[in-house]
Design a protein around this ligand. Structure first.
Ligand code: ZN
Length: 355
């Protein structure tokens, strides 16, 4: 079982435990708010179990889904947001509508029980948020925020119980409920926006893209980054780069691209795919070499024995001549292997064509 699945299982187990605890406390104290909260927790069992299933399914890749099912996690996060809105609605309703028949003599025990619930939820939401961020799992982060909203609703119940115990007339719980409902709606909206952004293939955040850009430019053979894009899919990142390399050899270019890919994978978390498209630097001019005879005007018959070479630099676009030079052949007097020596010399001068 993957570590992120395990966190989702813990969340499910916690919610099952809370259903029993809240129900027992509700019956014991006569608090309707606690009863409503116990019902809410039973819906949460389904929610956290579906997050577990979502994480499990999302790790599968198949022929039908070659890019993985990672976005199932984002869909689950969206559903979780719906449940968070429902929780907000229930908080408002239970405080404004329900009239309680509390048993004051049993309230200290109920208060202690709800404090336990609050502490459990507080600790677990912190733990789950940390793990969710560590694994880059959007559904765990959404669940952690859900647990935090559950904590708020338990806090309101706690305030109501304390108010009932001291028989305070001011509706403490209602004031708190309004603030908390606002916070819940904000958390739910953030989850919805994040999930929809990923489902619509929004760009990776700019700090991650800049980090990747710097990693790519650390390779000296990269002349230019023509384009660099990336997107999220569930907890994973897909990156595409189009690079101009100062390398003409295909094998070298390929191994360079592999090195760049490895560097990105080591430095950026949760990368599923890196696609690097490479191309040579575009040349703007070509240099042509013509062997000349002694009079400078006629082409020489023999390549190796030509006393002079005319080098013509042309624009690639319109073949217009931008520069002409005449160089003396330094190997004219060499007895053997002239042809090869001259060819090497011309190559070292950056000649593209020989006529
Ligand atoms: Zn809940």
């Amino acid at each position: 079982m993957h570590a992120s699945e395990r966190v989702a299982v813990y969340s499910t187990l916690l919610n099952i435990f809370l259903v029993f605890l809240k129900y027992a406390l509700a019956v014991f104290s006569g608090s309707l708010a606690l009863l409503a909260d116990a019902i809410h927790s039973s819906a949460d069992v389904i929610s956290s179990a579906s997050i577990w299933a979502g994480i499990k399914i999302s790790r599968r890749k198949s022929k039908r889904f070659p890019y993985g099912l990672y976005k199932v996690e984002n869909l689950v996060a969206l559903v979780t947001a719906g449940l968070i809105f429902l929780a907000g609605y229930e908080i408002l309703r239970s405080v404004f509508v329900a009239s309680e028949e509390l048993r004051p003599e049993r309230l200290p025990v109920a208060i202690a029980g709800v404090i336990l619930v609050v502490l459990l939820l507080w600790a677990f939401s912190r733990y789950e948020l940390k793990k969710g961020k560590q694994f880059g799992s959007p559904s765990l982060v959404a669940d952690a925020q859900h647990v935090a909203t559950d904590l708020f609703s338990s806090l309101i119940i706690l305030i109501g119980l304390v108010g009932g115990y001291f028989q305070i007339n001011f509706p403490l719980d209602r004031a708190a409920a309004l603030i908390i409902a606002g916070l819940i709606i904000r958390a739910g909206l953030k989850i919805v926006i994040d999930a929809i952004r990923v489902l619509l293939d929004a760009s990776l955040d700019f700090s991650t893209l800049n980090k990747i850009r710097e990693l790519v430019l650390e390779t000296p053979q990269v002349a230019q980054i023509i384009s660099l894009t990336g997107r999220n899919s569930g907890p994973f990142k897909f990156i595409e780069a189009d690079l101009a390399l100062k390398v003409r050899d295909l094998e070298k270019a390929h191994s360079l691209a592999n090195q760049i890919e490895q560097r990105i994978r080591h430095q950026v978390a949760n990368v599923d795919h890196v696609i690097i498209h490479y191309e040579p630097i575009r040349k703007e001019t070509v240099v042509q070499a013509l062997p000349l005879s002694e009079d400078y005007h006629h082409l020489s018959e023999h390549f190796g024995e030509a006393p002079f070479f005319l080098l013509i630099t042309r624009q690639v676009q319109d073949r217009r001549i931008v520069r002409e030079r005449i160089l003396a052949n330094p190997f004219v007097e060499v007895p053997t292997g002239k042809g090869i020596k001259v060819a090497e010399w011309l190559l070292s001068l950056g000649i593209d064509e020989v006529t």
